[in-house]
Design a protein around this ligand. Structure first.
Ligand code: EPU
Length: 337
C-alpha cells in the first residue's frame, strides 16, 4: 500500500473536478482495507469508489481510501440461474460485459452506467426499466467502527428509487466489499418495452433478442443522449426525478398539460426532472466551463476546467428557477462534498 499526499482527484471523479486529497491510499484486498481502517479514526476517512456519483466542491482534508478490490466469481449454479459474487472495485460496465460474454441475463439494461459495482447498491442504480435490486442477491460489508463483517440481503437493503439503507440510517457506517447477483442462464426475462429499445431492435430486424442485442440497443440509446464522462465530465443525472402527490400533480397538470409523467401509485406521480429543467430554459446552456447537456437536461457537464463550486452554483440556479416556474422542487441525486 502506498500512501500519497496532496493527490489530485481529477482522474478519480467522472466530473473531472481538480480537487486534492490530503492523503490517499488505494486498497486492493479486504485485509488492506481492515488495516487502514484500524489505524485511522473513522472521522478522518473518505471512501472513494468509481467517483461517478459525486461532486467535489473543495479539497478533501481526509485520508481518501480508494476501494480497488477486484474479482468476479461464480458461487453457485442451478439449472436456470447463476450466482455471481463481484468485488466492490470492479467497474460496473466491465461486469456487464462479463455477463454478456457468458450470456448471463438480468443486467443488460444497465449497460454503460459509470461507476463501480460496490457503489451500485447504495443508490440502487437503474435505467431502462431495470434496477440493480432486480438481480441483487446480497452484499458483503465491513462495519467501519468495529471492522465486523456483515452480509445484507435484499430486504435489509431497503431499496427504493435511487435509494437504499446505505443512503439513510446506515449512511457512512458500512463499506460494501462485494455484491452477489442472481442472474439467469436461460429463459432470460427481457425488458424491452422502455423508450426506443423496441424500435432499435425492429430496425435491425431482431425478433428474439439475446442479452447482447439488448445491451447493444441500450448502449446506442445512451450514447445518443448521454455524454461519455471520458470526453465530457459529468455525473449522469444530477437530479432525481421528483415524485409528487396527487394534489400537487393536479395543479401542475393544469398548468403544464403537455408534461410527460409516470403514475407510480394512484397517489404518487413521477415527473421527469429533465423536462422541468428544459422548460426552465437551461438545456444546452453554458456558463463558463459549467453547463447543461444539450441532449439531456438532467445531466450537468464540465467542459474542462469548471470548479465544483461553479457546477454547484449552476445546480442551485436550476433548482430555484424550476421551483419558480413549475412549483416543483428538484433535489440532487449526486453526493456533494
Ligand atoms: N426529457 C425532456 N428533456 C430533457 C430530458 C428528458 O423533455 O432534456 C423528457 C423525455 O422526453 C422523456 C422524459 O423526460 O419524456 C424521460 O427522459 P429519459 O427517458 O431520458 O429518462 P430520465 O427520466 O430523464 C432516468 C434516469 C437515467 C436513466 C433513464 C433511462 C433518473 C434520475 N435518471 O432519466 O439515469 O438512464 O431514466 O432509464 O432517474 C443516472 O441516474 O445517472 C441516469 C442517467
Amino acid at each position: 500500500m502506498r500512501f500519497e499526499e496532496y493527490k489530485s482527484l481529477k482522474n478519480h471523479n467522472t466530473f473531472g473536478i481538480d480537487c486534492e486529497a490530503r492523503y490517499f491510499v488505494s486498497v486492493e484486498t479486504v485485509e488492506e482495507l481492515k488495516k487502514v481502517l484500524s489505524e485511522n479514526p473513522s472521522e478522518a476517512l473518505f471512501l472513494l469508489g468509481g467517483g461517478s456519483n459525486m461532486l467535489l466542491t473543495d479539497n478533501l482534508d481526509a485520508l481518501v481510501i480508494h476501494l480497488n478490490l477486484k474479482g468476479i466469481e461464480i458461487t453457485k449454479t442451478t439449472e436456470k440461474e447463476v450466482f455471481v459474487k463481484v468485488m466492490a472495485g470492479e467497474t460496473w460496465h466491465e461486469f456487464v460485459e462479463y455477463c454478456i460474454k457468458n450470456d448471463f441475463g438480468g443486467i443488460e439494461n444497465l449497460s454503460l452506467i459509470p461507476g463501480n459495482v460496490g457503489t451500485a447498491p447504495i443508490q440502487n442504480i437503474g435505467a431502462y426499466g431495470v434496477e440493480l435490486k432486480d438481480t441483487f442477491e446480497s452484499c458483503h460489508t465491513l462495519k467501519i467502527e468495529t471492522l465486523e463483517e456483515r452480509e445484507f440481503n435484499k430486504e435489509e437493503c431497503q431499496f427504493g428509487y435511487r435509494n437504499s439503507i446505505f443512503k439513510n440510517e446506515l449512511k457512512g457506517k458500512y463499506i460494501i466489499t462485494s455484491v452477489s447477483f442472481k442472474l439467469t442462464k436461460k429463459d432470460h426475462k427481457k425488458n424491452i418495452s422502455y423508450g426506443d429499445i423496441q424500435k432499435i431492435l425492429n430496425d435491425k430486424n431482431i425478433k428474439h433478442p439475446s442479452v447482447k442485442d439488448i445491451s447493444e440497443a441500450i448502449i446506442a440509446i445512451r450514447q445518443s443522449k448521454l455524454p461519455d464522462p471520458k470526453v465530457l465530465g459529468n455525473s449522469g443525472s444530477f437530479f432525481k426525478n421528483p415524485i409528487v402527490n396527487s394534489e400537487r400533480f393536479q395543479e401542475f397538470r393544469k398548468e403544464f398539460p403537455e408534461a410527460p409523467f409516470y403514475e407510480i401509485t394512484p397517489t404518487e406521480f413521477k415527473i421527469p426532472a429533465g423536462w422541468l429543467i428544459e422548460k426552465a430554459g437551461f438545456k444546452g446552456k453554458r456558463f463558463g466551463d459549467a453547463g447543461v447537456h444539450k441532449n439531456q437536461a438532467l445531466v450537468l457537464v464540465n467542459y474542462g476546467n469548471a470548479t465544483g463550486q461553479e457546477i454547484w452554483q449552476l445546480a442551485m440556479d436550476i433548482q430555484k428557477q424550476v421551483k419558480e416556474m413549475t412549483g416543483i422542487f428538484i433535489v440532487p441525486e449526486v453526493n456533494v462534498f
